[in-house]
Design a protein. Structure first.
Length: 95
């Protein structure tokens, strides 16, 4: 009978230990799940920021392209004005 009581108390002890380990593991699992959710939210926020920045880069590139075209057109206009002025000066000299 004593052997049975010793075995039962040993099993009870092991069950308590196992139950404690289960509670600890469950708590750690919940904490890790919460961290995963936080990291996923952070990743999603960063993806959104990346998309916004890529759109800004695209917009700036388009603006620079348009600005450089405008500068080219302005330069062509100025050169055309200078050529006309030179032609007038040559005409005045020839008279």
């Amino acid at each position: 009978m004593d052997n049975v009581n010793v075995l039962i108390s040993g099993i009870e002890y092991k069950l308590r230990k196992l139950s404690e380990q289960h509670k600890i593991t469950k708590q750690v699992n919940q904490e890790l799940t919460a961290r995963i959710e936080e990291q996923e939210n952070l990743i999603n926020n960063q993806k959104t920021i990346i998309k916004e920045l890529q759109e800004k880069i695209r917009t700036v590139s388009i603006a620079k392209t348009l600005a450089s075209r405008s500068e080219i057109n302005d330069a062509k206009k100025k050169i055309g004005d200078m050529v006309r002025e030179i032609d007038r000066c040559i005409n005045l000299l020839n008279k």
